[in-house]
Design a protein around this ligand. Structure first.
Ligand code: DC
Length: 211
């Protein structure tokens, strides 16, 4: 059983994916972390982000077991990840590892930008989780301020729009909903409501598979 979850940055897909994985006892991979780990390795080594050969080498060295959300969560790493994600050789190295992960038993939840379209096109459940750029920027703002940080809403909004442009506009595996994905617009939904909507979709598929 593979559950593919895609969507733009800050749409709530990470939280939703973790809730789903926990509920069904499935393994979870946030594929954004694989791009972030590659980017961080390049930044730490002082290497350029646009050298395709070096970036591919770093991508091949990423260990899924060692991915640490806390270490990789910074905005700078996210931006760098979005930049190296346009390199086809980086993508194919990471997609290979992601596909191997997707086969783990008893099931997996993978979230990212191209899971339903490229990594696991045959996944029986595909969700495309989205929310308006305003809502996503507001959530990110609240998250930073909630942790005691200082944030500028307008700047975050511009960054959200810029990231969308890069992720949706790249030539290789751009962010878009798979034709058979269920769309989940969380702009006006609590995370609990989004989870219930996702659960209804997943349970229907599981019931069909058991029959
Ligand atoms: O979801 P995130 O913010 O951690 O992802 C960081 C970047 O990685 C994102 O802007 C684009 C890239 N990415 C991708 O191209 N494909 C994926 N499946 C996941 C992330």
């Amino acid at each position: 059983m593979i559950i593919a979850i895609d969507g733009p940055a800050a749409a709530g897909k990470g939280t939703l994916s973790r809730m789903i994985a926990e509920t069904y006892g499935f393994h979870h991979l946030d594929t954004g972390l694989t791009y972030r780990a590659t980017a961080k390795a390049l930044l730490d080594a002082g290497l350029p982000l646009d050298d395709e050969k070096v970036a591919e080498k770093m991508a091949r060295e990423v260990e899924l077991a060692g991915l640490d959300r806390d270490v990789l969560s910074s905005h700078a790493i996210g931006e760098a990840a979005s930049r190296i994600a346009v390199i086809p050789a980086v993508r194919s190295a990471l997609v290979e590892a992601q596909r191997a992960f997707s086969l783990r038993e008893p099931g997996t939840v993978l979230d990212g930008r191209d899971i339903g379209t490229v990594v696991c096109p045959d996944a029986p459940v595909k969700l495309y989780v989205t929310a308006s750029p305003e809502v996503r920027a507001r959530r990110r703002y609240d998250e930073i301020v909630g942790k005691g940080g200082v944030a500028d809403y307008h700047r975050i909004f511009d960054e959200v729009k810029m990231r969308d442009g890069r992720d949706m506009g790249r030539a290789d595996s751009p962010l878009r909903p798979a034709d058979d994905a269920h769309l989940l617009d969380t702009s006006e939904m609590s995370i609990e409501a989004a989870f219930q909507a996702a659960k209804t979709i997943i349970d229907a598929v599981l019931t069909r598979q058991i029959k």
